[in-house]
Ligand binder design. Structure first.
Ligand SMILES: Cc1cc2nc3c(=O)[nH]c(=O)nc-3n(C[C@H](O)[C@H](O)[C@H](O)COP(=O)(O)O)c2cc1C
Length: 324
């Protein structure tokens, strides 16, 4: 399949694996890229720019295909060493960066000068237009269904994608709720040039996370995510578990007086315990509603091949058949 996204990034299939904290290590990124998609290493999971440089080198040893690095811009009192991370990306020869979390304008000149293509992930048409105006090459349009941070507008992809198609000139992929060939064909029909998946890629053989996390995704239904941090306008969609229930109870009890410190034990530094040790109630963790569509743990290649075969059959047989 050829789309503006496959052309832009030099990939075989229009499928991207979004950055995921403590999931997006070199093993997963390389597996996705080797399968013809675009794998992405999560920059900030590497605690220092030196460690990111090392992770990029590990990924390069595992694939000769294009892969990217995610840079998430978080509001922080002590921000990470972004210039250092960008230097590691440029010196590591990475040619694709996924930005997210905030406007990447400050960092674009350095990235563009190094010939890096930037795909910015955002949850609204206005932020997508801003990203286009400052020179981003593509957008990942992240609908309300998504795992992680869906923003505060709550617009699902059935509305958000056609709205993006009406306004944007640069290509975009659909992100949030994407799982299979049906998702891909629907995304293309709504104007996207491909799709970005997070949660679905966690339940793959190569995702370097604990088996408990993968089995929790297989077991979960579409009813099993919750929105937390809404009172702080930093909404996050997470899988329901004991920690999520504790956060929601505190949000309800403390109302608008809630501070980050009140819920920090459920959030701060919990990812390694969940993703690596498989301690499923250690804290809250991002998960999309798409968990309801995950029933197995294939390899990245099996998953991508299956998606492409299903999408091609849907277009060539089911949809084309309706016109006959
Ligand atoms: C466990 C997990 C961690 C994530 N961490 C990040 C992150 O660090 N930076 C980021 O930009 N997006 C992050 N995301 C969002 C994904 O990149 C992607 O946009 C999202 O998962 C898409 O929705 P889906 O889960 O329905 O596919 C994360 C998602 C999950 C499930």
């Amino acid at each position: 399949m050829k789309t503006r996204i496959t052309e832009l990034f030099g990939i075989k299939h229009p499928i991207i694996q979004g950055g995921m904290h403590y999931v997006g290590f070199a093993e997963l990124a390389a597996a996705v890229s080797n399968a013809g998609g675009l794998g992405i290493i999560t920059g900030l999971t590497q605690k220092t720019p030196e460690l990111l440089a090392n992770e990029i080198a590990r990924c390069r040893a595992m694939t000769d295909k294009p892969f990217g690095v995610n840079l998430t811009f978080l509001p922080a009192v002590n921000p990470p060493d972004y210039p250092g991370y960008i230097k590691a990306i440029i010196e590591g020869g990475v040619k694709i960066v996924e930005t997210a979390g905030n406007n990447p304008q400050k960092w674009l000149p350095a990235l563009k000068e190094a010939g890096i293509k930037v795909i910015h992930k955002c949850t609204s048409v206005r932020h997508a237009l801003k990203a286009e105006s400052i020179g981003c090459d593509a957008i990942s349009v992240d609908g309300f269904e998504c795992g992680g941070h869906p923003g505060e507008d709550d617009v699902p992809n059935f509305i958000l994608l056609p709205r993006a198609a009406e306004e944007l000139k640069i290509p975009f992929v659909a992100s949030g709720g994407m799982a299979d060939g049906r998702s891909l064909v629907a995304a293309l029909a709504l104007g996207a040039e491909g799709m970005n998946m997070g949660t679905r890629f966690m339940a793959t053989k190569e995702a370097p996370i604990h088996e408990n996390v993968k089995q929790a995704l297989v077991a979960a239904s579409e009813l099993d995510t919750r929105l937390i941090l809404r009172p702080m306008r930093n909404t996050e969609r997470v899988l329901v578990n004991a920690a999520t229930e504790r956060v929601l109870e505190k949000e309800k009890r403390l109302g608008s007086s809630i501070q980050f410190a009140d819920i920090a034990p459920e959030l701060a530094g919990v990812y390694p315990r969940i993703m690596q040790q498989g301690d499923m109630d250690a804290g809250v963790w991002s998960c999309g509603m798409v968990a309801g569509l995950i029933r197995d743990v294939p390899s990245a290649k099996e998953l991508i091949d299956r998606i492409m075969a299903e999408a091609e059959a849907l277009i060539a047989k089911r949809l084309a058949g309706m016109l006959r």
